[in-house]
Each structure stands twice: as C-alpha cells, then as structure tokens.
Design a binder for this molecule. Sequence first.
Ligand code: CMP
Length: 143
Amino acid sequence: MEKTYLMIKPDGVQRNVIGEIVSRFEKKGFQLVGAKLMQVTKETAELHYAEHKERPFFGELVDFITSGPVFAMVWQGEGVIATARQMMGKTNPKEAAPGTVRGDFGVTVGKNIIHGSDSAESAEREIAIFFKEEELVSYTKLM
Ligand code: CMP
C-alpha cells in the first residue's frame, strides 16, 4: 500500500489544528499508520531538508522546523502521495486554494503549516528519517 510522510509544522501545532488536519485525511479515506508529537533536532532537520541546502532560506527553514514540536505522521492509501499534496495546497499559502490545508490555515511560505512528501522516493526516505519500522502499524481490515 502506498505511504506518505506528512508533518504538521510548529505553527500548525501551536495553532491547535492537529485534530482538524488529521480529521481531513481520515475523512478522505486514508489510514494513519504512524504518528508522534516530537521535537526535531538540527541534525534531523538538515537531513530531511537536504535538497534545499543551497537555498537562501535553508537556515531559516531549519530554525523554524526545530523551533517547537511537530506532529509527524505516516498515512497510507491509494494515491496518497499526490492526493495529500492536493489536499495540502500550494507551498505558498497565499497561492493555495481555499479548502486546502495551507489555503485555510496558512499565510506565509516559511510558516506553511504542513509538509508532505513529493514523490515515492521522498516518501520512503522521509518515513525512514522519522519512524522506525516497529512504530508503524498494519491494519488487518483494509479499506
Ligand atoms: P515544505 O513542503 O516543508 O518544503 C520546503 C519548505 O521550504 C517549504 O515547505 C516552505 O515552508 C519552505 N520555503 C519555500 N520557499 C521559501 C522561502 N522563499 N522562504 C522561506 N521558506 C521557504
């Protein structure tokens, strides 16, 4: 079953929208297979965002994601990687459509509420960064 890594960033956690966001993905029909509230270390942040290392905002990105607790999640379902990105909306909340997570809850590109894997390769890599195999559950009764 396809899996993706989603992470509610420190702004989403502090705005108390964890439940609302989780609810959207549950109602859509995806299954939560792993979740934890955690503090991201600088090392983990740099690993997770390695592809952005040369960008001018890299330092800001690492500082922000390590600034407070995040809610790390693994979701599974048919086409979950692409559909979750549609449900999150464009990276810049100013351009994200109403009805999407970023369109409804975010204002600035740096504080855009949620991160989601952009491909199967990224999903595999990011899930392995944040979760151990034994932290993921499997369901006997599938959708
Ligand atoms: P995310 O999906 O977590 O992946 C990389 C992040 O970089 C992105 O969401 C944005 O939050 C952030 N980002 C992208 N562009 C900028 C920018 N110009 N300034 C600050 N942060 C940015």
